[in-house]
Design a protein around this ligand. Structure first.
Ligand code: DQQ
Length: 549
């Protein structure tokens, strides 16, 4: 297993061993960011011992592992402490709501609270003696009732609204709403918060939050518990699609009286339209960071190698670098997701490259030394004359069916090759592909090609991505975080994101390289500026004096 050692990341969150999955939200409390996550202390895959791992950090990057917060030790969670949400209430209390799998595998909701609120580490948790606080209501299947999330505090009647994802008998995703004053007694509202128009199946890990839409408030992240619907606001409804394992969101409006969400555009409703990430990324949650007035997103990035390799490594799955979420006031049609600013504090040696012409069919090696832990920021320009000379081209291009970076078109692909060996027989390509529509307008696709990312067998490799808005006067901009076996890429400063797990066999340690490339047939592309930073490791460890799993 020494062979697989290099796959361990340098600055991403991962426990020392075993399996992790869904982030179960986070909070800033008494000087610490607390992070809870689905963790199996006994193996490298999901099973019924699934528990809540716990860690703390001062900066969302350097973590101290703590003892597990919650384990399956009662009849109502005998088959797992599943996902849920940790919430800091406005009055200073903390509640955790989570789904338990009972002996019979019925999904029920449970309450847990910290034993000692004056302990900044929140080390001890107690489960409520009235658990389970909720069982599946009539008409909802026993295994379609999970991931509770307290979303809204109504001051006028001192009630919380708690939402839970589910599906109806026809396989349409639905979001149930309960109200409660004390998190013990609940009332199911007769209406539902939202129902999908497509039979997308069970909605896991539902999240709902406001975003500011006007320029004056654009840099504000908003706290769901204090904001009321009104001008300058939109709402984001997010759900994880159990059937296809992707996190979708929709932008829309919210009616507080009926407690219903309406997407701005039904054709891009949750489950069919926008995704947080076009690559490997699932079961995400956001939390409002009252310390820095921002909303922060986490998802987990699973493995796409074999179970056997996970067993050899002794661990499985990563968390992405936390991302801030804002509304895109320029396009008004998407969110902006961007690595938290703290990640820039890990940057060390910088190499800067300017105005590098990339001729059709060429690559250009960026001489940066060992290229396993990087933060890369690059801006490209496509030759204007080539654009003008191009008639309608490649209108049906689609990242996932394109065949990837080897497939040449008139105006692309161009971008970067990371975790590449010198011969380029191993490489992960992050690129733009520009096409020209019948109306003359340019359309940009942002793709990440994993097809040549590893020479090892038994690995799922895809080309992932989507179209991304590139506005008049903008360059084509990429940011890529590279960390051994994960590549997180951001197009147009966060309008579209793609994360890949990759397992090179040769492009490891000092043999890992990074290249620019242009595989367009007709256009010269200029890499206007490229900044490459080496990234420090975070060396996470167990909190001094404590024992963690
Ligand atoms: N994982 C949890 C569930 C959730 C799913 C169990 C999403 O509660 O629905 O580990 O990955």
């Amino acid at each position: 297993n020494d062979m697989l050692r290099w796959q361990r990341t340098g600055f991403h969150f991962q426990p020392e061993k075993n399996f992790q999955a869904d982030p179960n939200a986070a909070m800033f409390y008494k000087g610490w960011y607390h992070f809870f996550y689905q963790y199996n202390p006994t193996g490298v895959a999901w099973d019924y011992t699934i528990s809540w791992g716990h860690a703390v950090s001062k900066d969302l990057l350097h973590w101290n592992y703590l003892p597990m917060a919650l384990r399956p030790d009662h009849w109502y969670d005998r088959k797992g402490v599943w996902s849920g949400y940790s919430t800091l209430l406005p009055d200073g209390r903390i509640v955790v709501l989570y789904t338990g799998g009972t002996k019979e595998l019925v999904q029920v909701q449970n309450l847990a609270v910290p034993v000692n609120l004056s302990d900044p580490l929140l080390l001890e948790w107690k489960k409520s003696h009235v658990n389970p606080i909720l069982v599946p209501p009539p008409g909802i299947e026993d295994h379609d009732f999970r991931d509770p999330f307290p979303v809204w505090y109504n001051e006028s009647d001192s009630r919380w609204h708690v939402v839970i994802g589910s599906k109806d008998p026809e396989h349409y995703g639905i979001v149930l709403i309960y109200t409660t004053k004390d998190f013990v007694n609940f009332t199911l509202l007769p209406n539902i918060l939202h129902s999908t128009k497509q039979p997308v199946g069970m909605l896991e890990c539902v999240d709902l939050f406001p975003v500011a839409t006007t320029d004056s408030r654009a840099n504000q992240a908003l706290d769901m518990t204090t904001m009321r619907p009104g001008p300058g606001l939109k709402y984001v409804l997010k759900a994880s699609m159990d059937d296809e394992r992707h996190d979708y969101y929709a932008l829309g409006s919210f009616d507080l009286d009926s407690f219903t969400f309406t997407p701005d555009d039904e054709t891009i409703d949750v489950g069919v339209g926008l995704r947080y990430d076009w690559g490997k990324f699932y079961a995400s949650k956001t939390f409002y960071d009252q310390e820095k007035h921002r909303r922060v997103l986490w998802g987990y990035v699973g493995e796409v190698d074999s179970k056997r390799d996970d067993a050899l490594k002794g661990w499985a799955s990563l968390q992405n670098i936390p991302r801030t979420i804002l509304f895109d006031t320029k396009t008004k049609s998407n969110l902006i997701l961007w690595p938290v600013e703290e990640v820039e504090s890990l940057r060390t040696i910088n190499k800067n490259f300017n105005s590098i012409p990339l001729y059709p069919g060429s690559t250009y090696q960026l001489d940066v030394g060992e290229a396993t832990q990087l933060d890369i920021v690059a801006e490209f320009e496509v030759d204007e004359k080539a654009i003008e000379a191009t008639a309608e081209a490649d209108v049906t291009y689609n990242c996932s069916t394109s065949g990837g970076a080897a497939n040449r078109g008139v105006l692309g692909p161009f971008g970067l090759l990371v975790l590449a060996n010198q011969e380029l027989s191993e490489q992960t390509a992050t690129y733009f592909y520009v096409s020209r529509g019948i109306d003359g307008n340019l359309r940009t696709h942002f793709c990440q090609d994993e097809l040549r990312s590893s020479k090892a067998g038994a690995i799922t490799k895809r080309v992932v991505g989507s179209t991304v808005p590139v506005l008049h006067g903008e360059t084509w901009a990429l940011r890529i975080l590279v960390d051994h076996s994960i590549v997180e890429s951001f197009a147009q400063r966060g309008r579209a994101v793609a994360t890949s797990r990759v397992y090179p066999t040769e492009a490891i340690y000092s043999s890992a390289r990074v290249f620019l490339f242009n595989n367009a047939t007709d256009a010269i592309v200029t890499a206007k500026t490229v900044n490459v930073w080496h990234m420090n490791s975070t060396y996470n460890h167990v909190f001094p004096g404590l024992v963690a799993p």
